[in-house]
Design a protein. Structure first.
Lengths: 382, 363
């Protein structure tokens, strides 16, 4: 069974140097009380943090300098990403733009889109949302019904997107829309557009999530005009573009580190002398964690070499999100806690934060059910 | 260099495939020493694969050595080949010459302790090592023994001199005997101070490192069997591979296999496979967990056929069930990891896992 590639990665010295740099930045952030790690994670939306991170050079790191980037390697970016996650940094405002929308525009966008948007993302001032899911099209993305009709100088978008995180506070959405009527080839006739959330013809309805937070939205498009040069790639390339974008979305360490801060709080709360059950279970979780980190760094190595490890990324996300879901279930048995966001106790707060977000871990970016289908195809079963 | 490694592995793989068949495996199950296969691996120089060239070995890099062990386990080679490889590496590291024939390691349990006593009657050993691999059939045992001051020695012991009265096998029917070294006399040339590479946990990280690589090879075999079977077996008018339930089971198994392989790869970053005790602890823990899951899922895919002697799946799965419990089952290693983490505090967790190789030496 040699279906998948997970080679060991040795980080180059410049990546280690970058690690020192980002650790110093994050330490300063926390020492100055600019965020509280036990109740934040990479999905916490904090524009001020994003601006400071950008100023320190941690957004758009791999992009060309002429678009505001730092021309660093993927491995240097990987190190910054994992350190942000380990520190529970509230990167939610810029996360999507930096992780997938920006790279997508850089690779396939028009020159005007690059010049207009990328420098602002890299400055931590411009944020993105993902316009893929629709009321009748979730895991089955190819069933998208939102359509874009050609008009003079651009396209008119009509339809509805849903589960659009942060639509109410981001500047752009990348919207998947049908530019040709449905045909026998379900993947044909789709295209991707960069849509300014300030455009005429957009209405945003909030959907509260189970924690009471406002991240989700439903977004209605009524004759919303998008100029020609805000299409990503060519008409009909949408399916290829969207699967490429999802590879960025699935490949990273954000798929197993969402609740690492809960482990940190647990260890602090238990103290230096765990009982046997605590030591064993913490050891077990750490072994999973360390192994996932190896797998994820190996994917970073493949990306750096210009490969596109789509199936490997799906596999790491499946194993990684299963781990994320398991963490609170295991931790609550090691040190009982009646979790509350209102407690002063950081362990209690961290547990509450995780419990109220955990169901999303195995939904966002592709469910295990979808990922396992991709893995099965890689195994030659489909 | 990479090409050379590929050739070595390909040749070893062919040798294993050629010499290990169902007949050899069932004879080994019944307690027979597979003499012809042993002579073949010895002729190929595999027992000395991890010994440096200047000391008469092949001097293979750790990753090639690990892959060699994985391939031998893929074929369920019923020999203490990996034990012999590691024993020779440790003995030559301590300053000894390479040892001819199969060599086993003792003790294999953290609770067992062998003591070495020097007196008027010469140098003798005391103590029982339980569950020693091929404890009667391997002519030599490399024994870790401590003197009254706690100083550690490696001892080359002829197993013919030790007592082992009862045949005992693990569930793969590989010999795992209790060996009483009490009163065994040693010549001066059979005793060397233990090399610095043996830390507080003695042989444990080295034995566990072997089992890690073996489990990875065994899991790969199980996956191969299950993937072929799923594509061949037709039920309800189509290959069962076409059913989503089967696809998801095998996708989960593939995740376990990939994780185990990644954890095992970490051990190849040290000069010797067992040098980094924390990496070994992580790998033995993660692989042991994967081994149980992969065995269970692959059996489920095979249905009743997998629960027979006729289908060879059991040669791989019975080994996985044995190996995960040998040289410290998951909780023994997890406890060590957990205590190291707690001793450092929560903020130490991430640096401990990332800032290698500073964090070595499970206490």
């Amino acid at each position: 069974m040699r279906a998948f590639r997970f080679e060991s990665l040795t980080l180059p010295p410049e990546a280690d140097e970058m690690r020192r740099k980002v650790r110093a930045f994050l330490k300063e952030e926390r020492d100055n009380g600019r965020y509280a790690a036990h109740r934040t994670s990479w999905s916490t939306f904090d524009p001020e943090f994003s601006k400071r991170a950008a100023k320190a050079g941690f957004i758009g790191m791999t992009w060309p300098k002429r678009y505001g980037g730092g021309e660093y390697s993927n491995l240097q970016r990987f190190v910054v990403t994992e350190e942000m996650l380990a520190a529970g940094a509230p990167g939610g405002a810029h996360w999507i733009a930096d992780r997938q929308s920006g790279p997508q525009i850089l690779k396939h966008g028009s020159e005007r889109a690059r010049e207009l948007i990328l420098p602002r993302i890299a400055a931590g001032e411009c944020y993105f949302g993902i316009g893929m899911s629709e009321p009748d099209s979730g895991s089955d993305l190819a069933a998208a019904r939102t359509k874009a009709d050609k008009v003079e100088g651009g396209w008119l978008i009509n339809g509805t997107k849903i589960w659009t995180s942060n639509a109410h506070r981001v500047h752009y959405l990348i919207v998947l829309a049908r530019t040709e009527p449905p045909s026998d080839n379900r993947h044909a006739g789709l295209s991707q557009f960069i849509v300014d959330t300030g455009s005429e013809g957009i209405e945003i309805r909030p959907i509260m999530n189970l924690s009471g937070g406002h991240e989700f939205n439903e977004v209605f498009f009524k004759n919303c005009f998008v100029p020609d040069d805000m299409m990503i790639g060519k008409p009909g390339e949408g399916w290829t573009r969207v699967t490429g974008e999802l590879a960025f979305e699935r490949a990273g360490p954000d798929r197993f580190m969402s609740d690492v801060r809960l482990l940190v709080e647990l260890v602090d709360k238990i103290g230096r002398e765990p009982n046997e059950r605590q030591a064993v279970e913490i050891g077990r979780l750490a072994a999973h964690f360390a192994t996932l980190r190896r797998m994820s760094s190996s994917i970073a190595g493949l990306l750096e070499r210009g490969e596109s490890p789509v199936t490997e990324a799906a596999l790491v996300k499946d194993v990684g999100t299963a781990f994320e879901r398991e963490v609170p279930e295991a931790v609550r048995k090691l040190l009982p806690v009646e979790a509350s966001l209102d407690d002063d106790d950081e362990y209690s707060q961290a547990m509450a934060h995780v419990l109220l977000h955990a169901p999303s871990f195995t939904i966002r970016g592709g469910t295990p059910e979808i990922l396992r289908g991709m893995i099965a195809r890689g195994l030659g079963l489909r | 260099m990479e090409d050379m490694s590929a050739i070595v592995l390909e040749q070893a793989d062919r040798l294993f495939a050629q010499h290990i068949d169902k007949k050899v495996l069932s004879a080994a199950d019944a307690g027979h020493w597979p003499d012809a296969p042993w002579r073949a691996v010895e002729d190929a120089g595999l027992p000395l694969a991890l010994v440096p060239e200047m000391k008469g070995g092949a001097g293979l890099a750790p990753d090639v050595g690990a892959n060699l062990i994985r391939r031998s386990a893929f074929h369920s080679v019923p020999l203490p080949l990996a034990e012999t490889m590691i024993a020779n590496a440790l003995w030559t590291d301590a300053g000894g010459d390479v040892i001819a024939g199969a060599v086993t390691l003792a003790p294999v349990n953290p609770q067992d302790r062998i003591t070495i006593v020097s007196g008027a009657a010469g140098t003798t050993l005391q103590g029982i090592a339980r569950h020693v691999a091929w404890g009667q059939q391997a002519p030599t045992a490399l024994v870790l023994a401590h003197d009254a001051n706690g100083k550690a020695f490696l001892c080359r012991v002829s197993t013919a001199k030790a007592r082992s009265n009862k045949m005992r096998r693990n569930v793969a029917y590989e010999p795992r005997e209790d060996v009483d070294f009490g009163g065994v006399q040693l010549a001066a040339s059979d005793v060397l101070p233990a090399p610095a590479s043996l830390g507080a946990d003695g042989l444990m990280p080295f034995g566990a490192a072997i089992r890690v690589q073996q489990m990875i090879g065994g899991m790969e075999r199980c996956m191969d069997y299950a993937l072929s079977y799923a594509n061949e077996r037709v039920q309800f008018g189509r290959p069962i591979a076409k059913f989503q339930a089967i696809q998801h089971m095998l996708a989960i198994a593939a995740g376990h296999f990939a994780a185990a392989s990644a954890a095992g790869d970490a051990l190849t970053e040290s000069p010797r496979l067992g040098d980094d005790a924390l990496a070994v602890a992580i790998a033995k823990s993660r692989c042991g967990e994967s081994a149980g899951q992969v065995a269970a899922l692959c059996h489920q895919v095979h249905g009743a056929m997998g629960f027979t002697q006729e289908h060879p799946l059991h040669y791989a799965t019975r080994r996985l069930w044995s190996w995960r419990d040998e040289w410290g089952a998951e909780p023994w290693w997890q406890d060590k990891i957990g205590r190291i983490i707690c001793a450092q505090g929560g903020e130490g967790l991430w640096p401990l896992l990332v800032d290698r190789p500073a964090a070595v030496g499970a206490a």
